[in-house]
Design a protein around this ligand. Structure first.
Ligand code: CA
Length: 229
């Protein structure tokens, strides 16, 4: 028995999924908007998310990206239109684990759900640790050698995102796209300021430069820098 979140705006599909998953003894919750789903995902834990690609507000891809950027680790099945290979590729790229084309056969869905629920939670990481740096996604706190780093929420989000993608470089624009809602009226220069502040606050506690800037590529979180102090 698992707790499953359905994010889908077509009532017929929601009813079908509900009936099917309830018959398999799962606890089911459903939202018809991406924003509502993200709000629930921030507060509650689900074992699996079934996410429609075409939602009235944020699309499924964006929901997926934001959920993953904030450390969400539940497996995600993306519902797409049949045969849309591009959607599948970008869905998997955004952090979905599997996809299912609509209209789907109930047995097909059942099989995917069972397979994903059996999969060990490889991505499970409520607490990210790199050397002396510890970031807790549930309490949204960061510590360096056990001492609290006083980050504001956006600084925390950026650091969490970069830690989850350790060793990968992202430009300020890419960080903006991945960490902020797509309708945010925020500029790349703000990202640079936030990163400067993350550095200043961690260095004030004796850390080395945790986020490097690589010319032409962008910002990289270096776990190796976290063992020095
Ligand atoms: Ca839809």
């Amino acid at each position: 028995m698992a707790k499953i979140l359905i994010v889908e705006d077509e009532p017929g599909v929601v009813d079908l999924l509900r009936a099917l998953l309830a018959a398999e003894q799962h606890t089911v919750e459903a939202f018809s908007s991406g924003q509502q789903a993200l709000a629930a995902l921030r507060v509650f834990k689900y074992d699996l998310v079934i996410l429609d690609l075409k939602l009235p507000d944020l699309d499924g891809m964006e929901v997926c990206r934001q959920y993953r950027a904030h450390g969400g680790d539940a497996p995600i099945v993306m519902l797409t239109a049949r045969g849309d290979v591009d959607d599948r590729a970008s869905g998997l790229d955004a952090g979905a684990d599997d996809y299912l084309a609509k209209p789907f056969h109930v047995k097909e869905l059942s099989a995917r759900v069972r397979a994903l629920l059996r999969r060990p939670a490889a991505r499970r990481a409520d607490i990210l640790v790199a050397g002396q740096l510890k970031l807790d996604l549930r309490t949204r706190t960061v510590e360096w050698t056990g001492r609290r780093v006083p980050l504001i929420p956006k600084e925390f989000d950026i650091l969490a995102f970069l830690m989850r993608h350790e060793g990968e470089a992202f430009s300020a624009e890419q960080i903006l796209e991945r960490v902020w809602p797509s309708d945010a009226s925020i500029q790349a220069v703000t990202i640079r300021t936030h990163i400067k502040n993350i550095r200043r606050k961690t260095e004030a506690l004796g850390a080395a430069t945790l986020i490097q800037h690589v010319r032409g590529l962008g910002y990289v979180f270096e776990a190796s820098a976290c063992s020095r102090s």
